[in-house]
Design a protein around this ligand. Structure first.
Ligand code: XUL
Length: 675
């Protein structure tokens, strides 16, 4: 690994002795400041060479001089503040030594001399490829990136239509016998893996060039390996399909998935065991949620103890798919592990108290946790022999679909908000200081070891939009969009709550509720009453659904403490719909961007494959930005402006509508909600 020597630009935060702070880009030049009333004004003297962090830098010397003509010159070696090899030098805070009172209102200067930095060679072999999967509710998708992070090919297996013998609907079975029970056949996911590999083979993909594979799995879904399965897994015969060999490997053949809502009792019991819902949220990042894996496991143990006892290992969908690739049980990654109500998010370790409240002997069945950027193992001989992978190809830990989307959308700062409009709708952002509450979830960031992702989830996403399209717009998206354009913003005060499935946020059962706020113009709510109605005309129904979904996202993300977005990145199938994005920009009042490819989860997984490969090469964690540096625009990760921020007056009117919506929602939850 060669080391390059190059001068290097740095961003420093200079904190004034009076406590005000100022962010200045310092180059190997001079920054002039002028303190007056506790504020600095400063301007960099030279144009930045680049504002990008080129990799892991070892500062050999970084010094500044502080002083004015009559003021004592000070020198300080930044090295004392800077750990060798620390990749986060860039945003470090350096406090200027307290100025004597005589220095007040005087000009002073700060000179930063860069010395030299040694930058490790973090490049990827130019012909290497990175493969990312997304094992989602309705399909298995694969995306391949080249070493410049451009998509080479992508392939998809749609479960309902391409694996019809499983007779799933939208990839799942809804159990008519047990209210809220929703599962998927585990073996279908196994069969889909060979099928997608066959499609990749037909697309002439050279598997030998794939340096690393990673993946994304629908969050929370679980797989139960029967005792004795690890032997089958470690001796897969490359001449037979995986599904033929693994059909008897599971103690439970139907995996509970994220749509399941049958575990309310178990959620409450686990919350009680740790001192309440908020305590569970502070400990594990979320209060007890029906779809989370801990309550699912508890229900299994309580209702089918024999099957639980006959289970050797419990995987998440993500670690399950990784297990197939390495031919051994893969660890659960810390990010997806946080979607189980079982992991202490601060320690990133299983929480003993919750494990005990869930089921006996659980720790052993879960195995160890691993960071998302870690290597799960090398690809197993099945894939080397059958598809001609290089035997050195690495399998990087798989993670959940939302965390992978966060990576694929390259969310980087707290003002970035992502809205994913898919089977489920999710809203997520980044924070360094998570404050878990009763609503929403906190997970470790899969591509950064210091920050967390915060997220809200709606179950009634695309399935509900499709339902309204089918009922009101003759099953046509064109007509649906026409109705949305025809109806006025604010919908004349019409508000709708549509839950085709038990909703997660707010926790309401199946049902539709429609209200009209009389004489609503958006100026005031004072003196205005709303009344319930049975139906709206088709254009109003379409707008009530879309505005309702977006108002709820804005209301709950504000309540959850997410910063007001500076920009929104929209992804998922419905982000291709410009009329829906217009409503997003009007309601949130900020610019909306879209990405080149709507499946950010498999793209994020391919990117994480490259990231994990790089961390492995380096022998330690490397910031993900090292992968694209200042070349993001030249990669498939780039996003483009889709809609500019809406008119601010309209945003304020939507604030009032949102307030009213939340009042009605709270009433509905009190009356009908699951406690
Ligand atoms: C997240 C969630 C859904 C699934 C969809 O908590 O339940 O977004 O991940 O696959």
């Amino acid at each position: 690994m060669g080391a390059l020597l190059q001068p290097f630009p740095v961003t420093a935060t200079l904190v004034s002795p009076m406590g005000s702070s100022l962010q200045i880009c310092i180059h190997s030049g001079l920054v002039v400041g002028n303190e007056s009333g506790g504020r600095y004004s400063a301007l960099p003297l030279r144009k930045p060479l680049s504002t990008n962090w080129p990799g892991d830098c070892k500062a050999s010397e970084l010094r500044y001089h502080l002083g004015s003509k009559n003021y004592d010159r000070r020198r300080r070696d930044f090295g004392s503040n800077t750990k060798k090899g620390t990749p986060h030098l860039m945003n470090r805070q350096h406090t200027i030594p307290k100025l004597s009172s005589t220095s007040k209102n005087r000009r002073f200067s700060v000179r930063v001399s860069m010395g030299s930095f040694s930058v490790d060679d973090l490049s990827r072999p130019h012909d290497s490829l990175f493969l990312g999967f997304d094992s989602s509710t309705q399909s298995l998708k694969a995306t391949v990136l080249d070493s410049n992070l451009n998509i080479v090919t992508s392939q998809l297996v749609h479960f309902d239509s391409e694996l019809p013998h499983y007779k799933t609907q939208d990839g799942v079975y809804r159990d008519p016998a047990v209210n809220g029970r929703i599962v998927s056949p585990t073996i279908m996911w196994v069969e889909a893996l060979d099928l997608v590999f066959q499609k990749l083979t037909k697309s002439n993909l050279d598997f030998g060039k794939i340096a690393a594979v990673s993946g994304s799995g629908q969050q929370h879904g679980s797989v139960y390996w029967k005792k004795g399965s690890s032997a089958i897994l470690s001796s897969l015969d490359s001449k037979r399909l995986l599904a033929d060999q693994l059909s008897d490997a599971f103690s439970i053949k139907e995996s509970p998935i994220w749509m399941d809502s049958s575990t309310t009792a178990q959620c409450r019991e686990i919350e009680k065991a740790v001192g309440g819902a908020l305590e569970l949220s502070k400990l594990t990042g979320s209060r007890g949620y029906e779809r989370f894996t801990g309550p699912q496991i508890k229900r299994l143990f309580e209702t089918q103890p024999d099957l639980y006892n006959n289970t050797d290992r419990i995987s998440l969908v993500s670690s399950f798919m990784a297990s197939l690739l390495i031919g051994a049980y893969a660890s659960i990654d810390e990010t997806d592990g946080a979607g189980m109500n079982l992991m202490d998010i601060k320690q990133r370790a299983w929480s003993k108290i919750v494990l005990e409240a869930t089921a006996p002997g659980l720790e052993e069945k879960l195995g160890k946790l691993a960071p998302a950027h870690a290597v799960a193992g090398q690809i197993c001989s099945y894939f080397v022999e059958r598809y001609k992978f290089n035997k050195d190809c690495l399998v990087i830990q798989w993670s959940g679909d939302n965390p992978n989307s966060l990576a694929g959308l390259t969310l980087s700062t707290p003002g970035d908000l992502a809205i994913s409009l898919g089977t489920s709708d999710t809203v997520f952002g980044i924070t360094k200081d998570p404050q878990p509450r009763l609503e929403g979830h906190v997970f470790p960031n899969p591509v950064d070891i210091e920050s967390y992702m915060v997220m809200l989830v709606y179950k009634n996403g695309s399935l509900m939009r499709e339902d309204v399209r089918n009922r009101c717009a003759e099953k046509s998206w064109d007509l649906f969009n026409k109705f949305l354009q025809q109806s006025p913003p604010l919908n004349g005060g019409k508000l709708g709550f549509y839950y085709k499935e038990h909703e997660i946020l707010p926790p309401l059962p199946v049902g539709f509720h429609r209200y009209i706020i009389e004489n609503f113009t958006g100026e005031t709510l004072e003196g205005l009453n709303e009344h319930e109605v049975q139906e709206f005309d088709p254009p109003s129904e379409v707008r009530a659904l879309i505005e309702g979904q977006i108002l709820s996202m804005r209301a709950h993300s504000e309540r959850f403490g997410m910063p007001s977005p500076k920009r929104i990145i929209a992804t998922g199938g419905a982000s291709a719909n410009q009329t829906i994005l217009n409503s997003v920009a009007s309601i949130f009042g900020c610019d909306v961007f879209t990405v080149q490819q709507t499946d950010s989860a498999s793209l994020g997984a391919a990117l994480r494959a490259a990231h994990g490969w790089l961390c492995n090469k380096k022998g330690s964690f490397v910031p993900i930005s090292c992968l694209y540096g200042d070349k993001m625009d030249k990669t498939s990760l780039t996003c483009k402006l889709a809609v500019t921020a809406g008119d601010q007056q309209l945003v304020s009117k939507y604030s009032l509508l949102m307030k009213k919506r939340m009042e009605i929602e709270n009433r509905l939850v009190q009356k009908l909600g699951r406690c």
